[in-house]
Design a protein around this ligand. Sequence first.
Ligand code: CUA
Length: 342
Amino acid sequence: MAYVLQITLVLCWSLAAAFAAPDDGSQSVTNIFAPLSTPAEAINEISLLVLLICAGIFLVVGGLLAYTIIRFRRRPADSGREPPQVYGSSQIELAWTVVPILIVFVLILVTARTIYDVQGAAPPADALNVTVVGHQWWWEIRYPELGIVTANELHVSVSESSRPRPTFLKLESADVAHSFWVPQLAGKTDLIPNRTNRMWIEPKQPGTYLGNCAEYCGTQHAHMLLRVIVHPPGEFEQWVAAQRQPPVEDPQARVGREVFFSTSCVNCHTINGTPARGTFGPDLTHLMSRDTLASGTAPNTPDTLRAWIRDPQTLKEGSLMPNMQLTDAELGHIVTYLLSLK
Ligand code: CUA
C-alpha cells in the first residue's frame, strides 16, 4: 500500500511541477526528472531505479489481487459453504519474507553508494565557494573569496568537461530552518541555525534555474524563491567584475541618496562604500542588477520597487521590512537613488 501511495504521489507531483512552470523565458520546468547537474543526475538515476522496482511490485500485487477478485468471485452456483481453510505455508511465508529483504538490501546499497558519491566529493582547486544564509524570507549569498555579497540570485559559471567548475555551497541560517532546493541542480539540503551544512552543484548548461525554500519557515515560506544563473564561460567573470565595482555615484540621485541616509533604511541594508552597513536585510550595492524583488515575489522594475518600499506588507505580507511611512516626495527620491544602484 505504501508503495502504491509513493508512486502516485511522485507522479502527481512531477505532473504538477511540469504544468506549474512559470512562463518567463527562464529555464522554466523545475523538474527533478530533467537534471542538468552532476548531483541531480545521480539522484535522478537512483529515483528511476526505485520507481521501476516499485512499479514492478505494484504490477505483481495489483495483478494478483485483480486475478483473485475475478477468478474467485461469488457465483450463483456456489454452495455457500466456506472453502477449505489453509494455515501456514513455509514456502509462501519464506518467499514473501526473503524477496522484500533482498529488494530492500539492493536499495540500501545503491542509495548508500549515491550518497557517498554526492556527499564525499572533494572540491577541486578552482571550485567556486559560496556561502548561502537563509533568512525569513530571503537568501543572503556571499562569495567570500571574491568579496561579493548579493541576495536571492546565485550566479555561477557553467561546468564543462574540459574545465569542470563545480560550486560548493556552505549553508547557514540566521533564524529558523530553511532548505535550499533547485530541483534540476541537486537534492535538498537544510539550512539550520548554528550549524553549517554543505552541498555542491555542477550545472552543465547555461541558463536560469528556479528553486525555492523547501522547509516551512513561516508566513512567507512560499515567497522565498531562488534563482541560479549559470553563465557561459567568460561571462561569469564579467558579472564578478561588475559586482566588485563600488556603487555608482549618479549626480541625479544625490537628493535621493541624502533622503535614504536620513532614514533607518541604513540600519538594515548595506551599500558598499557608504555609511549603510546593516546586515539584517539584503545588500543593496548592486540592487538593480537583480531580476526580482523580495526573493522572487515580483520582477525588479521601477514600479514594483516603488510599491515595495511604499508598503512591503501589501506585496509580501509578514515581511520583516517595515512600512517606513514615507511621503510621496521621499519615496520618489529614494526610488531614484535605488534605481541608480546598477
Ligand atoms: Cu525558508 Cu521556507
